[in-house]
Design a protein around this ligand. Structure first.
Ligand SMILES: Cc1cc2nc3c(=O)[nH]c(=O)nc-3n(C[C@H](O)[C@H](O)[C@H](O)COP(=O)(O)O)c2cc1C
Length: 629
């Protein structure tokens, strides 16, 4: 089918609607990378095979990320005229049992996480009556405060079927843009919406587009930055895997606004599923005529290439990314000139993050006023976080800007893991900082997080509890930036190594009070003198932990003690005689023969032989091995 007009789009939409709401059972399995890692493919196969064996007529869909990653594999079951239920922590056996129950006309309660209210009222009786006692999805603390714009289709549609994207309003914004608006009107709309780049810096998107449009030079380019190298972050990967057309549509709109006819989606090669899905989406859009020449009969031409990055963190930096696309070394260059003026092949180029592009298509579909009504002043719209670490509920979360850290961590995240107190949160990945629990009243917005010593970043949010050593955390991130520094500028190349060496001395019990002063001074130099954002922000984890957790550094340096009981050189393991049953498990497992004792008698650990590997702690069935801090 070639989509040339709005009526063609309507026909595609009708096809998509019948796929999304078939007259028979539709079962969707969350099969983004997060789901696949927990065995979703086996669940999918079991559902398919069991349904075939029982002759059950159903539509089985591999959808994207449903969000609550911790509860995966997640299975969304939609029974026409009955309701929709989300099942959690599925496995092949439970999948087969689910099919058996469905074949018998039952909607089982086992593993039912929540009832989902359908947007089509006619499909369901009353959601609360679908499975009495099972909460509505919107009532679960994890979902209650979320507002999905970037993730609007994630986990709902089959990402490989463009008609399902269209059924959910997709490509309507493109038709409106190309057929009703001038390029300047599009820029004005994005500016009025207040959208800021979701790649980390929060630069106003409309402003960047205006600079590019006004810059002399032709051709121009648009780029989607899908490099996403922060440890613990997987927002962009998920958007590309779960809803690739939302990004492609945003890019076509942006290209029209700035006058570009070629675009590049840059994705790291370690994201094979994202590469596959986005390449498929580009091919589909081309086949339909939504990419290519004279799109929707508007006279506007635009094509997109998918370029795979080799997985260097620095290649997420826009000038390094451009160098990488051009086939050069992935190294940054000084700015200005900014890419909007001199970018790809020296031409004016807009580079935006995956989530920014996905937001653009939503804004043009629903209008700037709608978007500007979400969030808070200067921080409009929503932001996606991958909420991970020592927290009860982990997953992909989208919230309006301005929500407090407490609402995020305690409300959505459900607080610490195993009832432990949350000590800090790290936002912004290696470029960000650690904020202590006493600052959890702060709103999540670009300025507040920066003032507090962290950054919004692209959306990584790592929660830490009392068992996390903040010196060790700082060392972890500095090690990362040291390894990932491209080495082009001396402050970053040498400064990160110098800080790493100091932090290593401190965690090994060799630190001195002067080391803390040196750390602070070097951090300030690296921040001020580095060429690109990698070096300029690399000291943030060190500076923020020194600012808020100085007592932990001092305990390491002056008392030679690690309060969290993490740093091997500063702890001792001991067996509590009152608890030890003398089972001998630890004695057998200890790799260095440091444990002795008679059967059924309390055992002991020789501190001179012990390497503090903690294997004894892991295997002890009665929790008799304690850390002496
Ligand atoms: C070391 C480093 C890594 C970066 N990595 C990414 C990344 O993975 N994704 C991204 O969108 N922006 C990344 N950025 C920011 C980009 O340079 C650029 O500001 C961004 O792509 C612009 O898009 P936005 O305006 O939509 O945020 C990184 C910056 C630095 C300094």
């Amino acid at each position: 089918m070639n989509v040339r007009t709005r009526s063609d789009l309507d026909r595609l939409r009708a096809e998509g609607l019948s796929a999304l709401h078939p007259p028979r059972l539709r079962i969707s399995v969350g099969m983004a990378t997060c789901g696949l890692a927990t065995g979703a493919a086996d669940v999918y196969d079991a559902l398919r095979d069991e349904a075939a064996a029982r002759g059950l007529d159903l539509t089985l869909v591999a959808t994207g990320c449903i969000g609550y990653c911790q509860q995966e594999p997640l299975v969304d079951v939609r029974v026409p005229d009955r309701g929709r239920v989300l099942y959690a922590r599925m496995d092949p056996e439970r999948a087969r049992a689910l099919i058996a129950a469905l074949a018998a006309g039952e909607l089982p309660a086992e593993r039912a996480l929540a009832v989902i209210s359908e947007d089509q009222a006619s499909q369901v009786s009353a959601p609360s009556e679908v499975l009495p006692g099972v909460p509505l999805l919107s009532e679960l603390p994890f979902y209650a405060r979320q507002h999905k714009i970037i993730l609007r289709n994630s986990g709902l549609i089959d990402p490989t079927r463009v008609e399902e994207y269209v059924a959910r309003g997709g490509y309507r914004a493109l038709a409106h843009t190309l057929l009703d608006l001038s390029p300047q009107a599009v820029i004005d709309e994005v500016t009025r919406a207040g959208l800021r780049g979701r790649g980390g810096g929060g630069f106003p998107t409309g402003c960047k587009w205006q600079v590019c449009r006004d810059a002399p030079g032709d051709p121009r380019y648009v780029i989607c930055n899908g490099d996403e190298g922060d440890p613990g972050a997987y927002m962009d990967r998920t958007v590309l895997e779960s809803d690739p057309h939302s990004v492609v549509e945003g890019m076509i709109i942006g290209a029209y606004a700035v006058g570009a006819h070629e675009g590049v989606i840059y994705v790291r090669d370690e994201y094979p599923l994202a590469v596959e899905r986005v390449s498929q989406a580009v091919a589909q859009a081309q086949e339909l005529g939504l990419l290519g020449q004279d799109i929707l009969g508007s006279g506007f031409d635009f094509t997109v290439d998918v370029v795979r990055g080799a997985g260097a963190f620095v290649c997420g930096e826009e000038t390094a990314l451009i160098a990488s696309i051009e086939g050069g070394l992935g190294e940054p260059r000084p700015k200005p000139p900014y890419p909007a003026v001199r970018g790809l092949w020296g031409q004016p180029t807009v580079i935006n993050n995956v989530k920014t592009w996905s937001s653009v298509s939503a804004i043009l579909a629903r209008g700037a006023d709608w978007y500007a009504g979400i969030g808070v002043e200067r921080n409009r719209g929503t932001v996606v976080f991958s909420l991970v670490g020592k927290i009860a509920n982990t997953g992909l979360v989208e919230v309006p800007l301005g929500l407090t850290l407490r609402e995020m961590i305690e409300g959505i995240g459900g607080g610490g893991l195993d009832g432990k107190a949350v000590k800090a949160v790290q936002t912004g990945g290696p470029s960000g900082g650690c904020l202590p629990a006493r600052l959890f009243h702060l709103p999540i917005d670009y300025e507040t997080l920066t003032e507090a010593g962290s950054i919004m970043g692209s959306g990584g949010m790592v929660v830490m509890d009392e068992d996390t050593c903040m010196v060790d955390v700082a060392r972890y991130f500095i090690r990362f930036t040291m390894d990932e520094s491209c080495g082009k500028c001396t402050p970053c190349r040498e400064g990160t190594r110098y800080m790493y060496d100091i932090l290593t001395r401190i965690v090994e019990g060799q630190g001195t009070p002067e080391d803390l002063e040196n750390l602070e001074q070097v951090a300030a130099w690296v921040k001020a003198a580095s060429l690109c954002g990698l070096g300029q922000t690399a000291p943030n984890p060190v500076l923020s932990t020194l600012r808020y957790f100085r007592d932990e550094y001092e305990a390491h340096v002056t008392e030679k003690r690690c309060p969290a009981g993490v740093c091997r050189a500063l702890i001792r393991l001991a067996i509590q005689p009152g608890l030890c049953t003398g089972c001998g498990l630890c004695l057998r497992e200890c790799p260095v023969g440091a444990i002795s004792g008679e059967p059924k008698e309390p055992h002991t650990i020789d501190p001179h032989l012990c390497t503090r590997c903690r294997l004894c702690q892991d295997v002890c069935p009665v929790g008799a091995v304690e850390i002496v801090r």
